[in-house]
Design a protein around this ligand. Structure first.
Ligand code: PLP
Length: 453
């Protein structure tokens, strides 16, 4: 039986009524990808207030790798609900926090001694990673990448690349942030091709130290091992090894922002493992909390201990309910083979998307790592002009036909797959069928308009 079940026009009457209330009560700055109001969700599907059922390819932006409302996660939270909700770990600490830190120290890449702190969001974790790196190195500079996204707080906006809608109008940002091109091979900043480029973009950091910022002024280089909001860009396999070696040559820390690429998304618990690197500091969030707000900063013990007592923390940081959920998430990853499932999902998507690429010139690039997959849409495969409007139309067609997708990319022309890894093959086929129909609909209409002109 089909998972997708549509009973009303989309959006239905109850969702429309809520949209009117929202417009009066909530600022427009908080955007929404769909006009659908959710009533409940399980595994890889969700149901709206009008009783329409959708397959969820977004997973709350990658927060539900283990599925919506996993029994184990819900039970762990329920159990904790009966004990205590909040004490503040800086006032009266609890064992859950310590146990979760120990588990994170074990599962993150690198055999060296590690320590972990927990905070509430990805952005807060990145802020803390920067504080810790500066405290340890006693240097101010941070190097970030073009097309990067690290959050919406002021420091993380300074690190984030995309101007609209994230940065425009919010300046000034904190200083000492320097930006260099990423390994976005489809649109290489240096017009080179991998592998003949010999990873010029990574090696170019040496030049940055001569022309932009002195290496002895740089505390850390921060990178997403696979760009998330920037368009699911997975650099070549040897890229990070070269980059991290260069950092270490100059006493610079490497921070991996695994907020989106982490927790099994790419077929390893962390994408850093797929690249064979051991970050000095690793930031995790999203699926760590199984649907509850939680983020972690894990790093070399001596680096993490650089800030003085009281220099790190926050009232709700490492909330007991979120810690309980995260421990259940880690158990799930140990017990179930979600990592191979991520690879299967990636292969399944790639097979279909490559067929679309042969059929429709709008599919410029098909890319990703494990279950972190995307298509980049262009006006033509030769021009590579971003097909931003068409991308919007495809996602609209998708939700109107029962599939929740989200876009990404500096040019908002990427459709990404962040489906819960518990999706069945049948649901995956149904979802990809929906996406294929959406592409066909938009391309065929576009063709018809072109003929009329
Ligand atoms: C790579 C990356 N870093 C940081 C963030 C910010 O996380 P949050 O929205 O939890 O603050 C995000 C959010 O999408 C992200 O993808």
């Amino acid at each position: 039986m089909s998972t997708i079940q549509l009973r009303t026009e989309i959006p239905g009457p109850k969702s429309k009524a809520l949209a009117e209330r929202r417009a009066k009560a909530v600022p427009r700055g908080l955007s929404h990808g769909t006009p659908i109001y959710v009533a409940k969700a399980e595994d890889a599907w969700l149901e709206d207030v009008d009783g329409n059922r959708y397959i969820d390819f977004a997973g709350g932006i990658g927060c539900l790798n283990m599925g919506h409302r996993r029994d184990e996660v819900v039970d762990a939270v329920r159990d904790q609900l009966d004990r205590f909700l909040h004490t503040c770990v800086q006032v009266t600490p609890y064992e859950l926090y310590v146990r979760l830190a120990e588990r994170m120290n074990d599962v993150t890449p690198g055999k060296f001694a590690k320590k972990t702190i927990f905070v509430n969001s990805g952005a807060e974790a990145v802020e803390n990673a920067v504080k810790i790196a500066r405290a340890y190195t006693k240097r101010p500079g941070i190097i970030a990448f073009e097309d990067a996204f690290h959050g919406r707080t002021m420091m993380t906006l300074a690190l984030t690349s995309k101007t609209h809608p994230y940065k425009a109008g919010f300046a000034p940002f904190p200083g000492e942030v320097y930006r260099v091109p990423f390994a976005y091979c489809y649109r290489c900043s240096y017009s080179k091709k991998y592998p003949s480029c010999d990873l010029y973009c990574a090696r170019h950091l040496e030049d940055t130290f001569k022309k932009v910022v002195a290496n002895e002024e740089v505390a850390a280089v921060i990178a997403e091992p696979v760009l998330g909001e920037g368009g699911f860009i997975a650099p070549p396999p040897d890229y990070f090894e070269v980059l991290v070696d260069l950092c270490h040559k100059y006493g610079i820390l490497f921070i991996a922002d695994e907020v989106q690429s982490g927790f099994g998304r790419t077929g390893a618990l962390f994408a850093s493992q797929r690249y064979g690197i051991e970050p000095d500091i690793l930031v995790s969030a999203k699926s760590l909390g199984g649907g509850l707000p939680l983020a972690g900063v894990t790093g070399r013990a001596e680096v993490m201990d650089a800030p003085g007592v009281g220099g790190l923390g926050g009232t709700f940081a490492g909330n007991p309910l979120s810690c309980a959920a995260a421990l259940a998430v880690l158990d799930l990853f140990e017990r179930e083979d979600l990592l191979s499932r991520a690879d299967d999902i990636g292969d399944h998507f790639q097979r279909r998307a490559r067929e679309w690429q042969c059929r429709w010139p709008i599919i410029g690039d098909v890319r990703g790592l494990g279950g972190m997959q995307a298509i980049e849409l262009v006006q033509s495969q030769e021009s590579k002009v971003p097909a931003t409007e068409e991308t919007k139309k495809i996602t609209q067609y998708c939700y109107e036909h029962g599939l929740i997708t989200i876009t990404a990319g500096t040019y908002s022309n990427v459709i990404r797959v962040l489906v819960p890894l518990v999706i069945t093959d049948q649901q995956m086929d149904e979802a990809l069928g929906g996406l294929e129909s959406a592409i066909a609909d938009v391309c065929d209409k576009k063709g018809a308009v072109a003929q009329m002109v």
